[in-house]
Design a protein around this ligand. Structure first.
Ligand code: HSE
Length: 328
């Protein structure tokens, strides 16, 4: 299976490294970062490209851009991991549409296009007989979409509740455990590289709300939009509020919740008992799915980071290979 990678930040690098390291039968024929690109339809030497990127800041030829790669490289799957734009979805949205229209599968970690144009993109993929997979957009390494498709197939999902933003969870954990101020904890989270480029997306709950929209559309196809989410962040939370919760044997977590029968789409800080399954520490994410047959299922795992996100992307790639590549 031949793939091209658009975006060579932390996620793109993680994916390229794992493809180079593991014998997965995947050949990379094109890579682009924001300033350059390289194409080799016989297979790129990934180690060399990553070293070039590390030492020079660019991965290849400055005359080759992401659109060139979509036009000129030979590939079966586009791995779209450019930075997220939650307002327009661009340029990722255009890249994804181009690939789907050319009957190429797409795997992405990019939340913007999926949250903004879910129905349009899924319809385009179906029309062209290809897959659009986005496991890495929600919950990092946690196999939420795979669990819904396979393990929970046939279940009705009645509601979901979860911790979907690692940065907020880290801040709340550090404020409660070490008595750090909100600003100190946010600075640490930024240093760890988990926060969005603009961390107000994290702390105002926007990132969690975008992920909630993606989950709601996946589960219920209800054309949910970011503006439909009742949103409160953690940016105004004080150490006193956390101390008061502690006094009651509780803590505070930023919880995303959705239930179609209650017309509920909400992200807000919630006081919860410390032994509740959603009280995970640090940058972990957690999601409880309430279903008719399996009842409650809670998934916990790393919600961000280069290699955990690469895990979700590679899971999607191998799913495509198994479903489409081996067709007679
Ligand atoms: N900023 C996000 C988080 C990264 O903290 O969860 C993963 O989407």
């Amino acid at each position: 299976m031949k793939v091209v990678i658009l975006g060579l930040g932390s996620v793109g690098r993680g994916v390229a490294e794992q493809i180079a390291k593991k014998d997965l039968g995947i050949t990379i024929t094109g890579i682009a970062d924001s300033k350059s690109g390289c194409i080799d339809n016989n297979g790129i030497d990934v180690t060399e490209v990553l070293e070039t990127k590390r030492t020079t800041g660019v991965c290849g030829n400055k005359k080759i851009s992401a659109p060139d790669i979509l036009q000129k490289a030979t590939y079966d799957v586009l791995i779209e991991v450019t930075p997220t734009n939650a307002i327009t979805g661009e340029p990722a949205l255009g890249y994804i549409k181009t690939a789907l229209a050319h009957k190429k599968h797409v795997v992405t970690s990019n939340k913007g296009p999926i949250a903004l144009a879910y129905r349009e993109l899924m319809a385009l993929a179906a029309k062209n007989g290809v897959a659009l997979r986005y496991e890495a957009t929600v919950g990092g390494a946690i196999p939420i979409m795979h669990t819904l498709e396979q393990g929970l197939a046939g279940n009705e999902i009645i509601a979901l509740y979860g911790v979907l933003n690692g940065t907020c969870n880290y801040i709340l954990t550090r404020m409660a455990a070490e008595g750090l101020t909100y600003e100190q904890a946010l600075m640490e989270a930024r240093e760890m590289g988990y926060a969005e480029a603009d961390p107000t997306y994290d702390v105002k709950g926007i990132d969690a709300a975008i992920k909630l929209v993606i989950l709601a559309n996946t589960l219920w196809d209800n054309d949910a939009k970011l503006a439909d989410v009742d949103l409160t962040g953690i940016d105004l939370l004080t150490p006193d509020a956390l101390r008061l919760a502690e006094d009651e044997g509780c803590t505070i977590r930023l919880i995303a919740e959705a239930s179609p029968c209650q017309h509920l789409l909400r992200v807000s800080p919630r006081i919860i008992e410390k032994d509740h399954p959603l009280v995970v520490d640090g940058t972990l994410n957690a999601l409880t799915l309430e279903t008719d047959m399996a009842k409650e299922i809670t998934l916990i795992g790393r919600g961000a980071g280069s290699t955990p996100t690469a895990s979700a992307i590679i899971g999607d790639l191998l799913c495509i290979r198994d479903r489409y590549d081996k067709r007679p």
